[in-house]
Design a protein around this ligand. Structure first.
Ligand SMILES: Nc1ncnc2c1ncn2[C@@H]1O[C@H](COP(=O)(O)OP(=O)(O)OP(=O)(O)O)[C@@H](O)[C@H]1O
Length: 342
């Protein structure tokens, strides 16, 4: 459906999009994740035709888009701030794209009603957009983007301004809606939770390049490198020299899973893989913080050397704040990451 090959955009000589290759299949929901300034919005703008490329190509349905203007690309766009027209009512906003395409009035009216039903706002056509809540405005913006049946829907931080509870509900609704409609989606967000809940595939960007692309499960289980792992919210990452079944780190020798890549690497230890050991049998640490998380407790451990460790224990076994404990590591919760700056 969408293919980018070597897509490059430079501002003042700096590559903000640096030879990006990306394929989005029909009906696929791809979420682009990355820190601020990594080039996510520029990527969307380049696909939409709002940002000319300095190199490479954008193909939609196999056709090069270099000479195709924005309104002929057949893409729907929805931005964080909705950009609804305040002087038009809900129906006027949803019909906008249909009017631009010259759809007859009767067809516009029927399609607007259909879309408002679809996004959970039946009969809201005559309401003023200024009188809607943030979540309702988001639904109107979505209905407007979907109305002309775009072959590709692009979302830029679609839930950015809404509160967390509403975002969590809407993201589930969006996924269900896109699944029902078979919409092909390219979405940009810096919220990992949102991306993981919405996407069939996650693309992590760093400095204008793709750092990793994979299913949510793949990316979660096996982050490509320390940058991706940190961006996904993992702590417990240290440089390591992996040889055979163990890695040498500032935290001592740590067992690694069978078949782990060897040599100079970064190592990630999941908090669940840190276990208490008898005194003198493991890495000696002091407990510096304890946080209750329902039935589990997250404990921060400071070893004599190296960064602190996050560990996760059951309520009964979690050590007290200030306690001196020894810990060992379970190989199954250790991930050997690619060679990378830690
Ligand atoms: N028109 C422009 N002129 C100059 N620099 C720009 C322009 N547009 C974007 N940039 C720069 O390009 C880089 C990438 O911007 P972009 O908006 O694509 O990042 P982003 O990943 O979407 O960030 P955010 O999450 O903050 O929206 C930034 O450093 C930004 O300052």
């Amino acid at each position: 459906m969408l293919t980018l090959t070597g897509a490059t955009v430079r501002f003042a000589g700096r590559a903000v999009l640096d030879a990006v290759d990306l394929d989005v299949a029909e009906h696929e929901i791809v979420c682009v994740l990355g820190p601020s300034g990594s080039g996510k919005s520029t990527l969307l703008r380049a696909v939409a035709g709002l940002q000319p490329l300095d190199g490479g190509r954008v193909l939609l349905g196999g056709a090069d888009q270099a000479a195709v203007p924005v309104h002929r690309r057949g893409v729907g766009l929805m931005f964080q701030d909705h950009q609804l027209f305040p002087q038009r009512d809900v129906a006027g906003n949803v019909a906008f794209g249909l009017r631009m395409h010259g759809a007859p009035k009767s067809e516009q009216t029927a399609r607007v009603e259909e879309l408002l039903d679809l996004v959970g706002l039946p009969g809201a056509g005559r309401r003023a957009v200024s009188a809607l809540s943030g979540g309702e405005q988001q639904r109107v913006a979505l209905a407007r983007a979907l109305a002309p049946r775009p072959r590709l829907l692009m979302l830029d931080e679609p839930l950015g301004q809404l509160d967390r509870g509403l975002r969590e509900r809407l993201v589930v609704e969006l996924r269900r809606l896109f699944g029902t409609l078979g919409t092909t989606v390219l979405a940009v967000t810096h919220d990992q939770g949102e991306a993981f809940a919405l996407a069939d595939r996650i693309v992590v960007m760093r400095d204008g390049r793709i750092a990793q692309s994979g299913t949510p499960l793949d990316v979660w289980q096996a982050p490509a490198d320390a940058f991706v792992a940190r961006f996904l919210g993992f702590d417990n990452i240290v440089p390591a020299t992996v040889a055979g079944a163990a890695a040498t780190t500032v935290w001592g020798k740590i067992p690694v899973p069978d078949g782990a890549p060897q040599g100079e690497r970064s190592l990630l230890v999941r908090p669940a893989g840190v276990r208490l050991a008898p005194s003198g049998d493991g890495l000696a640490c002091r407990v510096t913080a304890r946080t209750f998380r329902g039935t589990r407790v997250t404990v921060t451990l400071q070893p004599a050397e190296g960064p602190f460790l996050e560990a996760e224990f059951g309520l009964r076994e979690a050590p007290e704040g200030g306690a001196e404990v020894d810990v060992v590591f379970e190989a199954e919760d250790v991930v050997v990451l690619g060679p990378s700056d830690t």
